[in-house]
Design a protein around this ligand. Structure first.
Ligand SMILES: Nc1nc2c(c(=O)[nH]1)N[C@H]1C(S)=C(S)[C@@H](COP(=O)(O)O)O[C@H]1N2
Ligand SMILES: [Mo]
Length: 198
């Protein structure tokens, strides 16, 4: 039997400092939501420090094997949402199609409209990072990043690029959109790495 006292303490331990829990799912982004009507124009490019760049068509991407993931998400604007159930494509599925050059240490995620976010290679490659397609049983809505968003649950949610269109491997860290505008280069919620103004 579950001990309620322990369970709630365990849940509290999953909430980083300065965060409050939300049951619903806020929508947050910069710029406008892309609505796609012709998926033959959509692709996902894997490029940068790889032997050969690789481009997924929508047809190929959507038929890749998928897995289930359960996680907690933490937005820098102080909301956290526990127990998200996702369906998505494992990062290893993407990586099996390219050969990384040894100099690759960082990743830039490219989203629709040129929005970007950066993270270290090892964080991108973590078993818990994935390309999300469904959330709590239903396809992502356009507002939440359809057809596919990155999900990197151990970092603040701004690293989880919605409307993912490109994965670029780099030999050094480089700031993405919010990182150029004062957000932290790494963004560990348990260390409250929110902003980094110098
Ligand atoms: N392409 C893109 N992805 C993005 C953003 C954005 O502005 N553009 N905002 C980020 C931020 S700050 C957050 S908190 C989450 C919000 O995701 P949600 O709207 O699904 O909750 O998306 C992240 N991914
Ligand atoms: Mo955010």
């Amino acid at each position: 039997m579950e001990n309620v006292q322990n369970t709630s303490q365990a849940r509290r331990d999953r909430v980083p400092p300065g965060q409050t829990l939300t049951q619903n799912w806020p929508v947050l982004h910069y710029g406008s939501v892309p609505y796609y009507n012709d998926m033959s124009k959509w692709d996902l490019k894997v490029f940068g420090l790889v032997e050969e760049p690789y481009t997924f068509t929508y047809k190929e991407f959507i038929s890749l094997p998928r897995r289930q993931f359960t996680n907690d998400i933490h937005c820098v604007t102080t909301w956290s949402k526990l127990d998200n159930e996702w369906e998505g494509v494992a990062v290893s599925e993407i990586m099996s199609r390219v050969k990384l050059k040894p100099e690759a240490t960082h990743v830039m995620l490219h989203a629709e409209h040129g929005w970007t976010t950066n993270l270290p290679l090892e964080d991108f490659l973590r078993e818990t990072s994935f390309l999300g397609i469904k959330h709590n049983g239903t396809l992502l809505t356009p507002e939440h990043g359809a057809p596919v968003r990155m999900v990197v649950p151990h970092l603040y949610f701004w690293k989880s690029a919605k409307w993912l269109r490109g994965i670029e491997f780099m030999s050094k860290d480089k700031p993405g959109f919010w990182e150029r505008n004062g957000y932290h280069m790494y963004g560990d919620p348990f260390k409250e790495q929110r902003y980094d103004f110098d």
